[in-house]
Design a protein around this ligand. Structure first.
Ligand code: NAD
Ligand code: ZN
Length: 351
């Protein structure tokens, strides 16, 4: 596979990744090399990583896995470890893990001593095709997602598809939702390929998804315009994800599972407001329901989710701007949605 040229860094896949990593380390005179893992990536990914890596690692920092640990207390723990192990401005942090770990590790590296180099080695499908690309780093504030963070690019992103072998199928599906999103917002043909493809062969499409995301990010690194299209499904999806995280009696949803619901509902809004055909809308709903079991939201859940949406609204001067679809493969940004349509969108999802 070829490498993908990103903003100021490259994304390398497989054998090329291993070579690029070792060349980068040989070229840069790092004072210390630290690796950040979580309990799972320590067990499943670190041994294989150590075999690929020719240098010695100065220290391995381990954090607890899961979105509930993507907060500032965990950063504090890693900042303290960096400091205790004599990290300085010439240190390197290698983030070996899923999106929680690469988001958090990227933020920790970007802020420690006003910023040290970091490399992302994503180990989940979602982080390979999405979270580790594009330079968004950060943590949650309470149950509100990604409230604290910075945009800062890694030195490089290295993709080793072999890591997917130990990943739970539910996590594979979660990443697949983001890949389907790439098709929906940018590439009808890719959408069709994925929709008819085998999810367990997703690894063969990683490069295509990275290329789509990267192309968008390169044109608009700071999300002033085009980059917003990557948020399709995420406005409602994030509210749903936050709600389910807060209410432990409800099913906890993975990121991809929440945005899959968001994409069905925002597909409905697209049908109402931006010309997406009924046929395409139904195709979107059928596709996602084929992978993701329907969640049985009741009226109370819906009210609470809409409240969370309005909290966002308050923060953006009274408007919630949506990314919607004109057709499959063509997205439009900054669409204002009348409130009563949200209730209809929920009904459409439930029917
Ligand atoms: P995750 O990082 O929580 O990983 C999922 C689980 O899989 C964890 O328990 C992890 O320990 C385990 N795991 C990781 N790699 C494994 C492997 N190879 N084998 C076995 N287990 C493994 O979840 P995720 O889906 O990768 O990431 C979700 C996060 O990504 C969310 O916080 C989301 O906000 C963020 N995200 C960020 C961006 C961005 O642009 N920065 C984009 C999309 C999502
Ligand atoms: Zn996402």
């Amino acid at each position: 596979m070829e490498s993908v040229k990103a903003q100021s860094y490259d994304v390398h896949i497989d054998e090329l990744a291993q070579a690029a990593l070792n060349q980068h380390i040989a070229k840069n005179d790092y004072s210390k090399i630290f690796v950040l893992v979580d309990t799972n990536t320590k067990k499943y990914c670190l041994p294989a990583f150590e075999k690929k890596f020719e240098e010695s690692i100065d220290s391995i920092f381990e954090i607890e896995p899961g979105e509930e640990n993507k907060h500032i207390q965990t950063c504090l723990q890693v900042w303290e470890q960096l400091s205790n192990f004599d990290g300085d401005r010439k240190s390197l942090l290698i983030n070996l893990g899923g999106g929680v770990l690469t988001d958090l590790g990227g933020f920790v590296a970007s802020t420690f001593k006003r910023g040290i180099d970091f490399i992302n080695i994503p180990t989940t499908l979602l982080s390979m095709v999405d979270a580790s690309i594009g330079g968004k780093t950060g943590v949650d504030l309470g149950s509100l997602k990604n409230q604290i963070g910075v945009i800062n690019q890694p030195q490089m992103v290295l993709i080793f598809p072999e890591f997917l072998k130990t990943l739970d199928p539910r996590q594979i599906k979660s990443g697949y939702a983001e890949m389907l999103k790439h098709g929906l917002i940018k590439d009808r043909e890719y959408w069709d390929d994925l929709r008819h493809g085998n999810i367990f062969e997703a690894a063969s499409s990683i490069q295509k998804s990275i290329a789509i995301k990267n192309d968008v990010v390169l044109q608009d690194p700071t999300e002033k315009g085009l980059r917003k299209i990557l948020n399709f499904g995420h406005t409602l999806g994030h509210a749903i994800e936050s709600y389910c995280l807060e209410n432990y009696d409800k099913k906890t949803l993975l990121h991809g599972e929440a945005i899959a619901i968001g994409m069905i509902m925002e597909g409905f809004l697209s049908h109402k407001l931006t010309g997406l055909s009924k046929l395409c809308l139904n195709e979107i709903k059928e596709t996602f329901l084929q992978y993701f079991e329907k969640v049985d939201f009741d009226d109370n859940d819906m009210d609470a989710i809409l409240k969370l949406l309005k909290y966002d609204k308050k923060n953006s001067h009274g408007n919630i701007n949506f990314v919607l679809l004109q057709s499959i493969g063509v997205a439009v940004t900054d669409i204002k949605v009348p409130e009563d349509l949200f209730v209809e969108a929920f009904s459409y999802y439930k029917e």
